[in-house]
Design a protein around this ligand. Structure first.
Ligand code: PMP
Length: 450
């Protein structure tokens, strides 16, 4: 008992946690072990982790084969910088090319933020060396999240993440998100002709084509409220980018590696992005690793005559050999166990079970793609005003008290933070899905009675 108390005291004394762990009554989960879809804290309490950590552990916890792959590589050759090369990185890059179904050159780093920063620099240099040095702007959408570093944060479209750190980097411009439940142009699904993508095209024009280096987007906005737009949106965006000469960067940090029921989210529309960034699920969260995949023909234009002209960008730990070996094993396991197909079918089951909740007066919308779900909670279905934040928190706390961890997202500063998020490991079984959905339903019903 003393040991447990001391762990909490030391945590409070020594650890600077992400987000809001410092209210007097908050107590972090100190997780000690994990297996499959379950995590267990130092007090022996088990939880079904319906958020896969932070949208990472797609292949599930406790995979000793991943630990073995990393350990084997660490004892053979622990580190060498990627200014040279090593076999784990080469094998992984080859496998990623298979998965991407195209020809891509891979630049490795350690985090989603770094992968996006790398993409911005590649885009700017690409234009610069093609005689278009005036192209420097990056266009993204409100409600998006692209990382915590100054460039990636500048691309981010959530006020809550940014307002204390402004002014951010120059040259980042935002446009409307494809938020169908609060359509920015007041359409509804029946008369939607994807005008939000048209507004993105207009934004490129209004900013002046010749100044725009790239458009960055997730295939589906995840952390900003799980926005699942109409099919056709990505195609329209791709077309607008091609027409303007801007590069299209797909941020697959969350949507990649099966989360939405395809290998990568952009594949739902069969588009061919210029640059694809990935992290989290690449190792299922077991070790840090990220990648920026660049279309080969774009890479081929990087032909600096001087050594440093080629691409002035280096990342000490990017492409760590153990992380690459583990990532390769992760992708093989996903193939062997058909986890992408499983994400699709289990996601359909999840929607099937949850959709009856749409008759509840506080459940405004349920959005799903693979094992990615957002449940938008409202005070009133006509006005679509967000449910009181206290109640949203109570629902999450209730789920936790019944042994299920779910998330929430939106934007507190902009006045909404009312979307419950569910993104369990893709290995989740039917019984576990039943447990998860029973708890979420029970919690919504208890907190929002009548
Ligand atoms: N892009 C997206 C879509 C993300 O969700 C995140 C992290 N949640 C990032 C980028 C940044 O990744 P990281 O925290 O690894 O820097």
């Amino acid at each position: 008992m003393d040991q447990i108390k001391s762990a909490f005291d030391k945590d409070r004394n020594y650890i600077w946690h992400a987000m809001n762990r410092y209210s007097p009554d908050s107590k972090p989960l100190i997780i000690e072990r994990a297996d499959g879809v379950f995590v267990e804290d130092i007090e022996g309490v088990r939880y079904l982790d319906a958020m896969s950590g932070l949208w990472c552990v797609n292949s599930g916890y406790g995979r000793t084969e991943f630990a073995d792959a990393a350990a084997e590589q660490l004892s053979k050759m622990a580190y060498f910088p990627m200014s040279q090369s090593h076999m784990p990185a080469i094998k992984l890059a080859e496998k990623l090319n298979d998965w991407l179904e195209g020809e891509y050159i891979i630049f490795f780093s350690n985090s989603g933020s770094e992968a996006n920063e790398t993409a911005f620099k590649i885009a700017r240099q690409y234009h610069e060396q093609n005689g278009q040095s005036g192209r420097f702007k990056v266009i993204s959408r409100y409600r998006s999240y692209h990382g915590n570093t100054m460039g990636a944060l500048s691309a981010t479209g959530q006020a809550q993440r940014k307002y204390k750190y402004e002014p951010l980097a120059a040259g980042f411009v935002h446009t409307v998100p494809p938020d169908c439940y609060h359509c920015p142009v007041n359409n509804n699904p029946e008369n939607c002709n994807i005008e939000c993508a048209g507004l993105l095209e207009k934004t490129i024009n209004w900013e002046m084509n010749e100044t725009v280096a790239a458009v960055i987007m997730e295939p589906y906005i995840t952390g900003g409220g799980v926005l699942i737009q109409q099919d056709g949106y990505l195609k329209k965006v791709e077309k607008a980018c091609k027409k303007s000469g801007a590069l299209l960067i797909m941020d697959e940090v969350i949507c990649g590696f099966g989360r939405t029921g395809k290998k990568f989210g952009f594949m739902h529309e069969g588009i061919s992005p210029d640059i694809i960034t990935m992290a989290k699920g690449i190792t299922s969260g077991y070790l840090p690793l990220a990648a920026t995949a660049v279309r080969k023909d774009i890479f081929d234009t990087f032909k600096g005559s001087e050594e440093y002209d080629h691409f002035r960008h280096v990342n000490t730990f990017g492409g760590n050999p153990a992380a690459c070996a583990l990532a390769l094993r992760n992708l093989e396991v996903m193939e062997d166990e058909r986890l992408i197909e499983r994400s699709k079918s289990m996601g359909e089951q999840l929607l099937d079970i949850m959709k009856e909740m749409l008759s509840h007066s506080n459940v405004g919308d349920i959005r799903q793609k693979g094992l990615l779900m957002g449940i938008e909670l409202v005070e009133d279905k006509i006005t679509r005003e967000p449910l009181n934040a206290g109640k949203v928190n109570q629902i999450i706390a209730s789920c936790k008290s019944f042994g299920v961890l779910i998330g929430k997202n939106g934007d507190t500063v902009a006045g909404f933070n009312n979307v419950l998020t569910i993104a369990p490991p893709l290995t989740i079984s039917t019984n576990q899905l039943q447990l998860l959905t029973d708890v979420v339903k029970k919690s919504i019903n208890e907190v929002c009675k009548g």
